[in-house]
Design a protein around this ligand. Structure first.
Ligand SMILES: Cc1cc2nc3c(=O)[nH]c(=O)nc-3n(C[C@H](O)[C@H](O)[C@H](O)COP(=O)(O)OP(=O)(O)OC[C@H]3O[C@@H](n4cnc5c(N)ncnc54)[C@H](O)[C@@H]3O)c2cc1C
Length: 303
């Protein structure tokens, strides 16, 4: 049987859509530009152990939807956490799904036989009855440039950037291993050792403020790491330098203004776009959007 649906993006929204389609017996293929699954559920593998540089935790229902992960005790602070890192949740969710990695989709075209996609290497992927774009709003708008109404709807969405600082220490730094609330340019720092199922080395992920991130978005990674490390040392009193140091730029990290509906689609429900930005700022909203897009596509197949 022909693979009828293409999904662009193997974050929570894309994987949730693929999983819902799979459960309904409709094969799909997911194209993902990165090497790993998960998008903003991201874990950097370092020589000192994994560091979550995207979402530090997600609502518990996301871990349940993924079929893996644990959640911390206490109903008020319940969090879905992947082990050994957050991207493990996406790997659970991606089981059995056809994900084509390291393929960046650059164009969609309508052909006599559905839709074809072109990737950054110039290869053509054909033919699909429907295409789901499960990528951040500005990236969806760029890919759907020919679809004026969809682009207009997506233009109302606002997403903010975020720099994160990744630190690792061969020997304990002396800092307490609790989540720290910091001062500008840093917002907070999360020690990996505060999470379940970790190896013993000390690792941190610190988030810059949205304002600082927006103002310094085009810094080189090394320069951002340098500035943020100095700020981290000043505010925490850390004396020694870390043995692992990096900075990661999320150009589209958090949703400031959502679309207000689960997805945007063309009139026939054959081109769809969604993600967390459709419904809100949380990972659970990415899952809800992905599932809603799959349901819309299934309506077409059921006639
Ligand atoms: C620093 C940070 C902290 C966060 N904290 C929290 C939190 O505490 N709680 C919470 O609930 N949520 C949090 N979030 C938000 C949460 O991570 C997101 O809501 C969720 O992961 C979004 O999933 P998504 O599938 O919509 O998008 P993404 O995860 O962005 O997935 C999109 C995917 O599409 C791929 N892609 C993009 N363009 C293309 C292309 N042209 N071709 C192929 N592939 C493409 C990307 O590589 C990516 O894998 C945080 C996010 C960040 C960055």
């Amino acid at each position: 049987m022909r693979t009828r649906v293409a999904i662009v993006g193997a974050g929570l929204a894309g994987l949730s859509a693929a999983r819902s389609l799979m459960e309904a017996g409709i094969p799909s293929v997911v194209f993902e530009k990165s090497r790993g699954l998960g998008g903003r559920l991201a874990t950097r593998r370092t020589e000192l152990g994994p560091i979550d540089h995207g979402a530090p935790g997600v609502p518990v229902d996301v871990a349940l939807a993924a079929g893996g992960g644990v959640w911390s005790e206490g109903p008020e602070n319940a969090q879905g956490i992947g082990i050994p890192g957050m991207s493990a949740l996406a790997r659970h969710m991606g089981q059995g799904i056809n994900v084509q990695r390291e393929i960046t989709i650059t164009e969609v075209a309508e052909t006599g036989d559905g839709y074809s996609l072109t990737d950054a290497a110039g290869a053509l992927h054909a033919s699909f009855d429907a295409v789901i774009f499960a990528v951040p709003a500005p990236q969806a708008a760029a890919l759907l440039a020919q679809q004026a109404e969809m682009v207009e709807a997506i233009a109302n969405v606002r997403m903010t950037p975020l720099w994160t600082l990744l630190l690792g220490f061969d020997a304990p730094s002396g800092l307490s291993q609790d989540v720290l609330t910091l001062a500008d340019p840093l917002a907070l720092a999360i020690p990996m050792l505060s999470k379940p199922g970790q190896i013993a080395t000390e690792r941190w992920s610190a988030h810059a403020t949205t304002a600082w991130s927006a103002e310094h978005l085009e810094l080189e990674k090394e320069d951002a790491a340098d500035v943020l490390l100095k700020a981290f040392m000043a505010v925490t009193g850390l004396a020694g330098t870390p043995d692992y140091l990096a900075a990661h730029r999320w150009r589209y990290a958090r949703v400031e203004r959502a679309l207000g509906q689960p997805f945007v689609a063309n009139g026939t429900g054959t081109l769809l776009a969604g993600g967390d930005w459709a419904l809100g700022a949380l990972a659970s909203e990415a899952v809800a959007s992905g599932r809603a897009m799959a349901r819309r596509v299934l309506e077409n197949f059921r006639g």
